[in-house]
Design a protein. Structure first.
Length: 499
């Protein structure tokens, strides 16, 4: 079929057409699969695609629509970061044609899960159509999506640039019209940062708002599932489908889930919004600061009160994160031993098999973080590093709470730079880690945050970040939606989408 212009539209727009039966889910799904065929390999967005299953689900959605079913996500094609397990084995342990789960790593190459993640289950219940699994940094460890064992993802705005990481495949798929929305994971900014670098909207909910059941663990106290989409309303719709208590996840919080879309009024008059001086970090590109400050000025023009605030421990956030996250990663990744599942070096000696499996299966960045984390947890260093980092974490959370007691939300840049060339920072881990300086404090504090496009700098997308109180995603979405309506940047599309 010919390429559908609708593939670049938000869910709300195509949802209305589906409800009026002016377009079918099969047409949308075929169009997305055609885009994946045209651009997917070039941009390296997908690690696996389930075309037959997607079309079958699309036909089922069309049948449901014909009976009057009006679920908002019914028949909407989406992509899942390959960090969420998808059920690919039946009850007898036999392959059922489902998609593998690799987490972007050779150590899980070809792995097929006997169960589905909570995220996949909830989206299936909402009637969304799963297209496939997207490329990502190995075990979600990265800021540029260059750490995947299956090659880097390329930014649809310029194929020589990174899309951001670790959810770069999901961001690039949405940005280029290969899916209407996608799920990512955000441990230190890995939904918001790639959203900022690809001109999409990406949201990290409050820690515990969405179940992590079936989400391959990186750093368990920081990881959170989040949607990437083309508009704030789309993110709100997906968040509503995903949010809620799950007894299978001990970190899932049993708290009411509001109707997020009902609160997107576009009205923010009288709200107080804080701008932390520490977030305009040294090394921030002038074009990025200009666009972000223009966005703040636009919100002020909509009737909000803009006040300068201070989060003095922000400078400690990077060090705190890179002690806690690797420490938790070293514990979580100990399960990949070449015995129970995934890659096995098949050595005769058990210990040799363990060493060779992990040596061959893990990439350089994963090994680096395992070593850092193991060192931080070792005898004689636990108190000096890990315990101290947890104390600073408490301080960072307290500072956010203090500021958010006085303002309704916080405004900040998403990333200090626009997308950079592939290979430019791979040999400088510290420079790479600094890309998350504006996002990772939000994970440390467990708060919700969203990145919304705020224009272009040097022809590349810039993201404006809105941060809110715990479990107050509604206010975060309300501010971001008001900005999006006034700014008009939701129509930004990369050259790939316009081709």
């Amino acid at each position: 079929m010919s390429d559908l212009p609708l593939l670049d539209k938000p869910i709300s727009e195509v949802g209305d057409l589906l409800a009026r039966r002016e377009v079918s889910s099969r047409e949308l799904t075929e169009g997305c699969l055609e885009r994946i065929g045209r651009d997917g390999e070039r941009l390296n967005t997908f690690l696996s695609v389930g075309a037959d299953a997607a079309l079958a689900k699309a036909d089922a959605a069309d049948g449901a629509r014909a009976t009057g079913d009006d679920r908002p996500l019914l028949g909407i094609p989406y992509a899942l970061k390959d960090i969420f397990v998808t059920r690919a084995l039946d009850d007898d342990g036999q392959p059922n044609g489902g998609l593998p789960t690799t987490a972007g790593s050779r150590i899980l190459e070809g792995y097929r899960s006997p169960y589905a993640s909570s995220a996949e289950e909830r989206l299936e219940a909402a009637g969304a159509v799963l297209l496939g699994k997207t490329n990502c940094d190995e075990f979600a460890m990265g800021s540029s999506n260059e750490n995947s064992a299956y090659g880097p993802v390329r930014n649809p705005w310029d194929e020589m640039l990174v899309p951001g990481g670790s959810s770069g495949g999901s961001a690039a798929a949405v940005s280029s019209g290969q899916a209407f929305f996608a799920l990512g994971t955000d441990t230190g900014g890995s939904v918001r940062q790639p959203a900022g670098l690809t001109g999409t909207v990406g949201m990290k909910p409050t820690y515990g708002r969405i179940s992590r059941y079936g989400m391959v663990a990186f750093a368990s106290s920081l990881d959170q599932c989040g949607p990437l989409a083309r508009s704030v309303r789309d993110c709100a719709e997906v968040l509503g489908a995903l949010a809620g208590h799950d007894p299978r996840d001990s970190t899932s919080v049993d708290t009411p889930v509001p109707d997020y879309t009902a609160q997107l009024s576009g009205e923010v008059t009288g709200m107080r919004l804080g701008v932390p001086r520490e977030y305009f970090v040294a090394g921030m590109e002038p074009g990025v600061e200009e666009r972000v400050r223009a966005g703040i000025g636009l919100l002020e023009g909509l009737g909000t009160e803009i006040v300068e605030v201070s989060l003095p421990s922000t400078d400690s956030g990077l060090a705190t994160y890179y002690i806690i996250a690797p420490a938790e990663a070293s514990a979580n990744l100990a399960r990949y031993d070449g015995v129970r599942y995934g890659l096995s070096a098949s050595a005769d000696d058990g210990l040799e098999n363990y060493f060779r499996t992990r040596g061959d299966g893990f990439g350089a960045e994963v090994k680096r973080r395992i070593m850092l984390g193991t060192y931080a947890l070792s005898a004689g260093y636990y108190d000096a590093y890990y315990l101290k980092a947890q104390q600073v974490r408490t301080l960072i959370k307290a500072e956010f709470d203090r500021v958010l007691a006085d303002v309704d939300a916080i405004l900040a840049p998403t990333s200090p730079t626009v997308a950079f060339p592939i290979g430019a920072k791979v040999d400088d881990p510290l420079a790479m880690y600094l890309n998350d300086a504006c996002t990772l404090p939000v994970n440390i504090a467990g708060l919700p945050g969203i990145s919304v496009p705020c224009g272009l700098a040097d022809g590349k997308p810039v993201g404006l970040q809105v941060i809110g109180r715990a479990f107050d995603e509604a206010t975060v979405l309300r501010v971001a939606d008001a900005y999006e309506r006034a700014a008009g940047f939701s129509e930004l599309r990369p050259p790939t989408a316009r081709a």
